[in-house]
Design a protein around this ligand. Structure first.
Ligand code: ADP
Length: 468
């Protein structure tokens, strides 16, 4: 069974209140003990008026009182001071009856700085006043007189019980209030954290907590929020990659289905029409051959792409002069460019730039970029290739001033099967795998292939590779 924090707080505070009550009782008991100890220790109590009293006041021995800092005063029946030893207890020598009565009343006050012990001697008809300066007064006592009237005792018990009940009720109410307020400091942030965790569990990955606290709950909140945003990112990545994969399978099946159906259709036609003319047969076989080549090409590219994605994929690297190898590749390109009516500019430094490359794969990368420029742009387009090297990196820019890549496709252009001609017409475009393969090759070399958005006309690709 779960116990609520607020209830636990209440129980704790109740225990604390009862402990306070107990300590108060203990403190009062100690006070009573201290009061008794003081009674036996102070000079006041060693020289009470009753012990000093003699019938003849001249014989009263005042010296121990005076030596202890006190005073002895004798007042006769006419309220005249007839003897005074030690410090004066009374400021005048003659008092009136009223003044003496006032003195008697005043001497009983607890807050006077003197302790007065006053005794009347009926024989000698005088008052003996023994005065001591009070050092400390401890006047606490709980006195129960068993001889008091029976009704009074019951009333006293009732009053005591009522006071105690009110006191306990107050303690109870204040404890409840205080525990509710202090528990809220824990329960409110906890409840909000729990609520957000529950939302997260139920799939609401946008759940965040804002407690505006700087304490440990604040730390927990930051950790929670960080965790939630990570989960949110992971989930959206996973969703995206699932979506990508679904699209990939759809694209593959679509791109394979068309040529395969065509092959099947033409093969059946040949089979069911034995009287077919030689030209017609050749035409059918041409279509079958063309579609087989296309299917084969697509499967080869797909195989290449998935091979590069596999963890076992390795490059056959060797140390090569990047400038040299790029120069060779450009030289091989020239006849195709000229045949297509393209212009060209190559800017490759004379000095050597060495890199660890798989020459075959690197050739494939450049070939894919070049064949795109050739396939998608009209005659008159100029292709320019340049290489610069600095800080352990070589940058190859492959640029054409042709039709360019539409803005909305730029972000996805390196994804498999993405192409500008979305009707997927096999006659006007490739598989949409060329740039994906080229990018994987650059990445496998520890480099990157990106599309440059420098506002120039046409398309510009940047290949960055590490050099040695
Ligand atoms: P494909 O195998 O279809 O050529 P790519 O991945 O190589 O696939 O290219 C994707 C798409 O990007 C192409 O279909 C084409 O529309 C566009 N594209 C790529 N390079 C260029 C370029 N140099 N000029 C214009 N369009 C290009």
């Amino acid at each position: 069974m779960k116990t609520r924090i607020s209830r636990q707080f209440f129980a704790h505070y109740l225990v604390v209140s009862l402990l306070v009550l107990l300590s108060t009782v203990l403190a009062l008991s100690f006070l009573a003990i201290a009061s008794r100890l003081a009674a036996s220790a102070f000079a006041t109590n060693r020289y009470p008026a009753s012990a000093l009293m003699r019938d003849d006041y001249a014989q009263i021995d005042a010296s121990p009182v005076v030596e202890s800092g006190g005073s002895v005063t004798i007042i006769d029946r006419d309220f005249r001071v007839v003897r005074s030893e030690g410090q004066d207890a009374l400021a005048q020598d003659q008092l009136t009856a009223v003044e003496f009565t006032e003195f008697l009343v005043w001497s009983k006050h607890k807050n006077t700085p003197f302790h007065h012990d006053i005794l009347y001697n009926p024989e000698g008809e005088f008052w003996l006043i023994v005065t001591f300066p009070a050092s400390i007064r401890l006047d606490f006592a709980f006195i129960l007189n068993s001889k008091a009237a029976a009704g009074d005792l019951r009333t006293a018990a009732l009053i005591l019980a009522a006071v105690l009940a009110v006191y306990l009720l107050l303690v109870f109410a204040l404890t409840a209030l205080y525990s509710a307020v202090t528990a809220a400091q824990v329960t409110v942030p906890l409840r909000r954290l729990t609520e957000s965790t529950r939302r997260l569990r139920e799939g609401d990955y946008s759940a965040r907590v804002d407690l505006k606290l700087r304490n440990e709950f604040g730390e927990l909140q930051d950790t929670f929020n960080e965790m939630a945003s990570r989960i949110e990112k992971e989930i959206s990545l996973r969703k995206k990659s699932e979506e990508d994969r679904r699209r990939l399978i759809l694209d593959i099946s679509h791109d394979l289905k068309n040529p395969m159906s065509s092959i099947q259709g033409y093969a059946e036609r040949i089979l069911h029409k034995p009287e077919m003319s030689r030209e017609e047969l050749e035409g059918c076989l041409q279509v079958i051959l063309h579609n087989s080549e296309r299917t084969n090409g697509l499967i080869t590219e797909l195989f290449e792409l998935s091979q590069m994605d596999s963890p076992e994929f390795t490059l056959s690297r060797e140390q090569v002069d990047l400038c040299e190898i790029l120069r060779q590749l450009c030289a091989e390109l020239v006849p195709q460019l000229e045949q297509a009516g393209f212009g060209y500019e190559f800017e490759i430094p004379e000095k050597s730039v060495f890199a660890l490359l798989d020459p075959g794969r690197f050739g494939r990368l450049i070939h894919n970029l070049a064949s795109n420029s050739l396939r998608y742009n009209p005659p008159g387009t100029t292709v320019s290739v340049s290489l610069t090297a600095s800080d352990g990196r070589a940058a190859i820019t492959f640029r054409d001033d042709g039709v360019g890549i539409p803005e909305e496709l730029k972000a996805d252009i390196f994804k498999p099967f993405v192409r500008v001609d979305s009707t997927r017409n096999p006659e006007t475009g490739g598989s949409g795998l060329g740039l994906s393969i080229a990018q994987r090759i650059a990445q496998a070399h520890g480099g990157e292939l990106t599309l440059l958005s420098d506002g120039s006309q046409g398309s510009a690709f940047l290949v960055v590779l590490p050099t040695i």
